[in-house]
Ligand binder design. Structure first.
Ligand SMILES: Nc1nc2c(ncn2[C@@H]2O[C@H](COP(=O)(O)OP(=O)(O)OP(=O)(O)O)[C@@H](O)[C@H]2O)c(=O)[nH]1
Ligand SMILES: C[C@H](OP(=O)(O)O)C(=O)O
Length: 213
């Protein structure tokens, strides 16, 4: 199945700007992208990064291709959907994803007896972190509660939907508090980047957070 990883290459992860500089956000976003592409490869997929700008080949695992499209996320993804389905669209800010969680999402759309036209792994907060589209007429509409919007769009088409309840696919890294999840559960380039940058778990008060040396 074709696999797309949308990636905002310029000024990414602005919601982390209270803890990371612009250059650091760019570097951390690329570390998460490397993690996601490597995990997709371990799951048997061949990811294509749908990036807003060119990326250094060294920034990505070998055999990862890049398509540059600087239009907004929804427009760029929908343009790809006009050319080919089925397609897996997996966001680049999911460094906790595992090969098993990705295989589960793909299986949800093509298990015998299920055959869902759309399989969605929602994010915490109502986004759409990963999505399998088998219905050629389906179009995405990201941002806001896009999980609900995508369910409604599928219903309008008469397409069947499976929702995959996966903590690893639900945990997108958007806010400073999400960094603790990477330190606790991650094991790849994104966690290494945070540790190299001096981040550590802060267990001093109530819910675990992060602090920086
Ligand atoms: N191709 C493409 N990907 C995008 C665009 N905006 C966001 N993305 C990617 O879509 C996924 C979800 O992104 P968000 O968390 O909503 O946005 P972000 O720009 O990474 O972070 P914020 O600035 O904090 O909203 C990530 O994989 C982003 O890299 C865009 O305009 N084009
Ligand atoms: C792309 C967007 O991500 P969020 O802004 O919710 O992180 C969404 O999932 O619709």
């Amino acid at each position: 199945m074709r696999t797309l990883v949308p990636f905002a290459a310029v000024n990414p992860k602005t919601r982390l700007d209270s803890v990371l500089t612009g250059d650091e956000r760019a570097a951390f976003a690329r570390a998460m992208l490397r993690s996601v592409c490597a995990t997709l490869q371990q799951a048997g997929s061949e990811p294509t990064v749908l990036s807003t700008a060119a990326l250094a080949a060294t920034a990505l695992p070998a055999d990862t291709s890049v398509v540059v499209d600087d239009r907004p996320l929804t427009t760029a993804v929908n343009d790809q959907l006009t050319t080919d389905t089925p397609t897996l669209i997996m966001m680049a800010d999911l460094p906790l994803a595992t090969p098993e969680s990705i295989r589960r999402l793909i299986a949800a759309s093509d298990d015998a007896g299920t055959d869902a036209d759309i399989a969605i792994a929602p994010g915490l907060g109502g986004g759409t972190n990963a999505l399998v589209v088998r219905a050629p007429a389906f179009r995405v509409d990201y941002h806001g509660a896009s999980y609900l919007d995508h369910r409604a769009a599928a219903a309008d088409l008469g397409a069947t939907v499976e929702t995959v309840d996966s903590r690893r696919l639900a945990t997108d890294i958007d806010e400073p508090s999400d960094l603790a999840e990477v330190l606790i559960h991650g094991d790849g380039p994104a966690r290494e980047w945070l540790i190299d940058a001096g981040f550590d778990l802060d267990r001093s008060d109530g819910r675990v957070g992060v602090r920086r040396r």
